[in-house]
Design a protein around this ligand. Structure first.
Ligand SMILES: Cc1cc2nc3c(=O)[nH]c(=O)nc-3n(C[C@H](O)[C@H](O)[C@H](O)COP(=O)(O)O)c2cc1C
Length: 314
């Protein structure tokens, strides 16, 4: 069965991945950390940890807290900064077959643009994923909650790179379809749906929030039905490839996302529990294809939708 997927069908040459299983940002480090545990070359792509203009220490501990079927995190976008990424990580990525997509973060449009300008043209960087679940310091709102702001950011980044550009949407947007349409019009090649959902936990002993900053982002199987619904809605409304993200732990979960209209999936939290899960998911997709007599995995993309979706027809 053909497994290759094109995440940028509107760009010359496209952005072809060998298969639709992608390591999500923040749970696979810079792609080097799991070297002894999983053959990364089998993956469709790897999304790096968030890269900002300057190094960030992140939030104080604790940063992770388990919930029923989920994980709360308040990492605070810890990272080594763009200059060290260029010096230490990109040269390694350039020697791999698997494409590495850099997850971009910033507190202002200027900061995002600064990171892209530094990274564009650097060997080893195959594309960008814009994390719009970041507060804009100028206005305080999340970039991804406001269609105009998200579009402004996407347009500014788009003008600074010819590489494939994925925009990873925030699930909290009051009108997610409006945000998806706005970033599509601003030049996004694909949409990732979605980032973590806001949540919190209270420490009964201290009677205070577990995380010093209050809340955190909820990931893992607990959010799958929520994010799956968003994928179904966005893929049904916007003619761009959608990458499903949220709680994928098995091939069945990945298939649900594909049938909802995603043309690929990202796997985050499950990698913490079982580092080889992504390869098991890939094997499960192959088995499904054989069992169902599929020639191309794309034949099931959007199968649950009333109309064909982007990536579902060739
Ligand atoms: C510990 C941790 C760190 C994360 N860091 C990032 C990040 O730097 N940038 C980003 O866009 N998403 C980040 N995420 C979100 C994941 O990429 C993913 O969107 C989310 O966890 C939902 O997928 P999952 O349920 O498969 O984990 C992080 C998630 C976790 C659990």
């Amino acid at each position: 069965m053909k497994l290759a997927v094109n995440l940028a069908p509107h760009r010359p040459g496209g952005f072809w991945l060998a298969n639709p299983v992608i390591a999500a940002s923040g749970t696979f480090g810079y792609g080097t950390e799991y070297a002894d545990l999983i053959d990364r070359e089998q993956l469709g792509a790897i999304v790096s940890k968030a890269v900002a203009l300057t190094p960030r220490a992140g939030n104080p501990m604790p940063r992770l807290y388990e919930t029923p079927a989920g994980l709360l995190n308040a990492i605070g976008l810890q990272g080594i900064g763009v200059e060290r990424v260029i010096a230490e990580k990109a040269p390694l990525w350039a020697s791999w077959r698997v494409p590495v997509i850099v997850n971009l973060v910033g507190e202002s449009i200027a900061e995002f643009c600064g990171v892209v300008e530094r990274l564009s043209g650097v060997a080893g960087v195959a594309g960008f994923e814009l994390n719009v679940s970041c507060p804009n310091v100028e206005g305080g709102t999340l970039f991804g909650d406001d269609p105009q702001l998200a579009a402004e950011l996407t347009r500014a980044v788009r003008q600074r790179t010819d590489l494939p550009l994925l925009v990873k949407l925030a699930p909290t947007a009051p009108d997610l379809i409006a945000v998806a349409r706005a970033v599509a019009a601003a030049g996004a090649d694909a949409l990732v749906v979605a980032n973590t959902w806001p949540g919190m936990a209270i420490d009964l002993a201290t009677r205070r929030p577990v995380f010093p900053g209050g809340g955190g982002g909820l990931s893992g199987p607990a959010i799958r039905p929520l994010s799956l619904r968003l994928v179904y809605r966005v893929a049904g409304a916007v003619a761009l490839p959608v990458v499903g993200c949220g709680g994928v732990a098995t091939a069945a979960d990945a298939l649900e996302y594909l049938m909802a209209g995603a043309c690929a999936v990202q796997v985050g939290t499950m990698t913490f529990r079982e580092p080889s899960a992504m390869l098991a998911i890939l094997a499960g997709l192959r088995e499904f294809g054989e069992r169902e007599g599929l020639r191309d995995l794309a034949d099931i993309i959007g199968a649950a939708q009333p109309r064909p979706v982007a990536g579902g027809e060739r």
